[in-house]
Design a protein around this ligand. Structure first.
Ligand SMILES: [Zn+2]
Length: 111
C-alpha cells in the first residue's frame, strides 16, 4: 500500500496508484481525496511502456521465438512496480489545502 497525500495513511494500492492519472484519479477510502501519480512518473511509465512493447516485438522477431512474447507483460509489470516505488502520488483538488490547514474532512463536499 502507498501513502495517500491527503491523510498520509497507507490506503492506496499499487494497482490504483499505477492506473491513476489527471483525468482518472484515485480516491482515498478514508478522506475521499483525489490524487494521481506525479507527472514524471506518468512520463516514465508512458515512454517505458512504448519502449518495452515495441522493443520486445523487435526482439521477438529477431529471436524468432514466440515464447519471448511472455517477457513483454512481465517487463511491463516490473516497470509499473518501479514507477510506483520511485514517484509519489500528488493530490488533486481543493480538499488538499483544506485538509492540510484544518486536518479534518469538509462537510460541504460530496463524497
Ligand atoms: Zn487519504
Amino acid at each position: 500500500m502507498y501513502t495517500c497525500p491527503h491523510c498520509l495513511s497507507p490506503t492506496i494500492s499499487g494497482w490504483r496508484k499505477s492506473n491513476s492519472a489527471l483525468l482518472r484519479p484515485t480516491r482515498c477510502p478514508t478522506y475521499r481525496g483525489k490524487s494521481r501519480i506525479s507527472g514524471w512518473g506518468l512520463l516514465v511509465s508512458s515512454l517505458g511502456s512504448e519502449v518495452l512493447l515495441w522493443g520486445g516485438l523487435v526482439v521477438v522477431l529477431l529471436l524468432g521465438n514466440p515464447y519471448a512474447l511472455l517477457l513483454i507483460p512481465v517487463s511491463l509489470v516490473l516497470l509499473g512496480s518501479i514507477v510506483n516505488r520511485t514517484f509519489p502520488l500528488v493530490p488533486i483538488g481543493d480538499r488538499m489545502l483544506f485538509n492540510n490547514v484544518l486536518d479534518r474532512p469538509r462537510d460541504d463536499v460530496e463524497r
